[in-house]
Structure formats: structure tokens, C-alpha cells
Design a protein around this ligand. Structure first.
Ligand code: SF4
Length: 258
């Protein structure tokens, strides 16, 4: 099994399928993975296989490294579409997440005022006031909602702590549309159970949740690289396209990555 761990605190720039030329900010250690989920499809691998030994980079380390990279890119005339918080786990785990976001917005305004700031999060801490307010300040607040089926979440996303999807949907509604939803579709078998979250059983409640949340954008995608769990399969492009059409029929923009 090959997994991907990202350098910290800055990586790239890389060309993202969804976001363009993207400079990555990894708020977690470079030598492992830290997440409040343990998704069986995670490109960083299973949590147990990626225990970290290094500390989380401090706010100062992140800000200094980001400033230096942006200064160099600006001087060299390089393009930048987006600064993306992603990397080896859940970015909102960082104790100074909100302050790092403010530093990043200030640096963006100074060096690349047209670039966006995006956060990719599994939303588990989106109910915390400081996290929520920081997410409201970024351009692309991209939160994960793979399904609203509790059994699927336990089997596939595998939250490490308590996770109540109905409470999460209520939190997502409080963003008043300043939220983008990302949902991975996949089929497979894990621990003797099969699943396919592109079927009506999963789709109808998920579409209903979108209707309630009213996100400004929806991203549907499927697995793209080798996964830590075996026996996982991509959802076919035609199925993803059909799902996207149903989202658009609700009046929401929806983009698809195969
Ligand atoms: S939420 Fe993201 S980083 Fe965390 S385990 Fe799932 S895919 Fe990996």
C-alpha cells in the first residue's frame, strides 16, 4: 500500500483537480497523520499506521514559512490561484487554527490579493465558535459530508470520537450558505460489509440535507489513488454526472471529479 504524507507546514504549489495552482498549508506534522476521522479511503493511510512523532508546527512557524514562500513566488512572478489548508489530517485540530487563518488572509492580501484561501475539513470541529468564525472568513469553506447514514459513517469515515450527523447538519445550516460540501462516492467491501453510497438509500437523505444546508457549491468525486483499505472501487463517471444533475436541480452549483 502506498500512502501520501505531505511536507509541513508548506507544500507545493501543486495543480489541484478542483482548485487550480494551489499552495498547500499542512498544519499537522510531516511525519504522520492526525485526524478526527479514520477514513478507509484516506490517501494518508490509516491513523494507526501514521502515528506522528513530531509536534504540530506552531503558528509562528506556519506564518513565517508561508510568508517566505509567498514572497519568493511573488518576486519570481509565479501564478497562484489558491492557498489550501489540507495535508496530513484535519486542519482544525491545530490549536491556533483561527489565528493562522487570520495571518494567512493578511499575507494573501499582501502578496496575491486575487488568490483564494480554501480549507478542506471533515467538519468535526465546525461547531466550535472560533473554528466556525474562522471558516466563515475564508473564501472556500469546504466541508465533508459523505452521507447522512450513520452505519456508512461508522464503517467508511470512522469518526474517532462522538459524531452525530444530525447535529452536524444543523451546524452546517448555521453557515447560512457560506459553506461548500464535498462528498466522495465509492463502492466496496470492508470488514465483511458492502456499501455503495450512490444508491437511492444514501442519495435521497443526502440530497435532503443539501436542501437544508443550501451550500454555495457542491463537489462530488470518487477515489483517485490507492486506498489503505483494499476492495474499494470508483463510482463510475456516468453515475457521478447523474448525481451532480440532481444537485443542480436543487439550484446549487455542483462540480464533478472522476
Ligand atoms: S477526513 Fe480526510 S484526512 Fe481525515 S481520515 Fe478522512 S480523508 Fe483522511
Amino acid at each position: 500500500m502506498s500512502t501520501i504524507l505531505f511536507p509541513a507546514p508548506i507544500f507545493g504549489p501543486v495543480h489541484s483537480r478542483r482548485l487550480g495552482v494551489s499552495l498547500g498549508v499542512n498544519l499537522l506534522p510531516a511525519d504522520g497523520k492526525l485526524c478526527t476521522f479514520d477514513c478507509i479511503y484516506c490517501e494518508c493511510g490509516f491513523n494507526a499506521a501514521g502515528r506522528t512523532r513530531s509536534p504540530i508546527p506552531t503558528r509562528q512557524m506556519v506564518t513565517d514559512a508561508l510568508a517566505e514562500t509567498l514572497r519568493e513566488m511573488h518576486s519570481a512572478g509565479k501564478p497562484l490561484d489558491v492557498i489550501t489548508f489540507a495535508g496530513n489530517g484535519e486542519p482544525t485540530l491545530h490549536p491556533d487554527f483561527a489565528a493562522v487563518i487570520d495571518d494567512t488572509l493578511a499575507l494573501r492580501d499582501r502578496y496575491f490579493p486575487l488568490a483564494k484561501v480554501s480549507v478542506l475539513s471533515n467538519a468535526t470541529f465546525s461547531h466550535r465558535p472560533a473554528v466556525r468564525e474562522a471558516l466563515m472568513r475564508v473564501d472556500n469553506n469546504i466541508l465533508k459530508l459523505d452521507t447522512v447514514d450513520a452505519e456508512f459513517i461508522r464503517l467508511v469515515d470512522r469518526p474517532v470520537g462522538a459524531y452525530d450527523v444530525e447535529q452536524l447538519i444543523e451546524t452546517l445550516c448555521t453557515f447560512n450558505g457560506k459553506v461548500q460540501i464535498q462528498t466522495i462516492f465509492l463502492t466496496g467491501e470492508f470488514e465483511g460489509k458492502t456499501f455503495d453510497n450512490s444508491t437511492e438509500r444514501y442519495l435521497l437523505p443526502w440530497l435532503d440535507a443539501l436542501r437544508r444546508i443550501q451550500p454555495e457549491q457542491v463537489y462530488v468525486y470518487t477515489i483517485d489513488r490507492e486506498t489503505p483499505a483494499k476492495h474499494l472501487c470508483k463510482t463510475p463517471p456516468a453515475t457521478l454526472d447523474a448525481i451532480a444533475e440532481r444537485v443542480r436541480a436543487l439550484g446549487m452549483p455542483c462540480s464533478v471529479s472522476y
